[in-house]
Write a protein that binds this ligand. Sequence first.
Ligand code: PMP
Length: 345
Amino acid sequence: MANPSLSTSSTSTSSTSAADGFVGAIGNTPLIELPKLSAAVGRRILGKAEFLNPGGSVKDRAARGIVEDFEVRGLLEPGGVIVEGTAGNTGIGLALVGNARGYRTIIVMPDDQAPEKYGLLRTYGAELHVVPAAPYTNQANYYHEARRIAEATPGAVWANQFENTANRDAHERTTGPEILAQTGGTLRAFVAAAGTGGTIAGVGRALKAHDPSIRVVLADPYGSALFSYVTTGELVAEGDSNAEGIGIKRIVANFAGAPVDDALRVDDRTLTEMAHWLVREEGLFVGGSAALNVAAARYSRTLPAGSTVVTILCDGGERYRSRLYDDAWLRENDVVPQAKDLEFL
Ligand code: PMP
């Protein structure tokens, strides 16, 4: 007997919901309510699950935006080379977008990041250059090394996620509108850390264009100068942090002019407690910047009870298993989580 589900009329390609390759699967991530945290603070705390992007982080969006912008401008041809300096996630996104689209990637990383990220890049076939961690003011810094490699490589483009605003545009065009659609007009505040500022600036612009009263709040680790910049206008960095991919000491094009209303700082102990609390109590296994973002959602206490606040779950915990989720590393860094509930918040 014929199986009706196999009849030709029900299997036309137009009726499938398949994404168009790796690149087409980027974005449209779920917005996840954190029910226990929401109950504890009396506000609705929602996390945009960017760790569910096909390359595993929020930076897949920037990678796609940057590559497509080069293509549109005719700067990247089949077989071309993309060069980038990165804490890891942008490189991972670019390597996978590059593989899917037929470009080679050369990725430069400082040597102080989680080992898992170097391993992923090598597995994905990127040409990986690891350079000693150095301040931006030092020409040995990974950012400058990436620029030099791009200049010396025929047919190469330098993604330059810090100054290339195709990064921010990707979030203004996708992440922001998704959050608005998923919150249906109830959103009161958006809280996010900045690495390049692409996420907070792009999402912030989309939210403010829709409703200027939505608060855009920067979550900053110690060692970054952005908290001081937003609250006093001066770029001053205090303290230090183990958080990867976030915090910056200079104003870059993607962050410049971001519509940020307020800022708060989260220390590494709070970040670590939150990371472990999230996996234990909410079942969400995320990286340090996501945990910092969620901890910063304590900002919601300044808003009326019941307010909806969205933050970004930037990447997953897998790529930090040897650090944030490793007992020996936590002891060495004196951040062994101790809290039984949300007392650290
Ligand atoms: N979290 C992680 C883990 C990242 O790698 C990055 C990007 N460096 C960010 C957050 C910050 O994103 P953005 O560059 O859009 O500010």
